[in-house]
Design a protein around this ligand. Sequence first.
Ligand code: F6P
Length: 320
Amino acid sequence: TKTIAVLTSGGDAPGMNAAVRAVTRTGISSGMRVMGVRRGYNGLLNRDVFEMNLRSVSDIINDGGTALFTARSPEFNTPEGVKEAADNCRDMGIEGVVVIGGDGSFRGARDLTKAGIPCVCVPGTIDNDIASTEYTIGFDTAMNTAVEMVDRLRDTTESHDRCSVVEVMGRRCGDLALQTGIAVGATSILVPEVPFDFQRDIIDRMMFTQKTGKKHFIIVVAEGVGGVDKLAKDIEAKTGIETRATVLGHVQRGGSPTLRDRVVGTVMGYYAADLLYRGKGNRVVVMHDGKITDVDLNEALNMTRTFDKQLYDIAHRVSI
Ligand code: F6P
């Protein structure tokens, strides 16, 4: 019998559990042994690995976080670390690994594949920042959480006729900010992909809408732009409108996954286990034109992301 392993690595994302569950159930029902690895690549270094059965993944599809735990593993990110992990896999009879995580985790999977252990990657991150796929597991839940949080900010911002400057996560990617900004009707959305001008893109927009009767304002800022405390001070100084800064932070990573993250997690997890079953490694499971498919891992890592500038422009056309 073939033995495969599954791990989650990097920042956790809601829906990772659905993917782990699907990998496990698909693997076992195909006749393979499936090992769970705890705390990402660290688990391969420490041999923190256990055999799973069909019930090992019961009652996790609705849970946020990752039941396998996760880590960012600097020890693994060295040639010695990769070699040790590959040797441990061979020793434990692990012939393939499903890696659920973001870009950093994918680079680890490429290295492990080169060291002789074929890996299949599944995109799991709230950032939606992986070039090879239209969608990453966790993005939908994080967007919905961010919208709920900003709606709460809106209540108090509106009551006080204030301006709220709110930072959402996304690392260097503006997708989470863009979607959230549209959904909350933000006066301005600042993302790292589009250069902005303080006067033209924030102050002028606020002044214009104020003239038409608007008294409260929400400015959504991507983490990759940052600096919300200073921005809030500058806005207050320039406009005289009381302004507060909020960094949403890690609340955006938690919570029960949405339907979309459970479904995409399930299908991508199924797909990944099936690739290993069919002897295919060095692949990334991706969403392309709304369908789940797979691409070469090295090619995936060389792709560059395109930002939806058209959607960004629409957001600003409407928020007036
Ligand atoms: O990649 C997910 C993410 O939450 C990013 O949005 C953020 O930049 C980063 O992880 C935060 O990392 P950490 O949890 O290590 O503080």
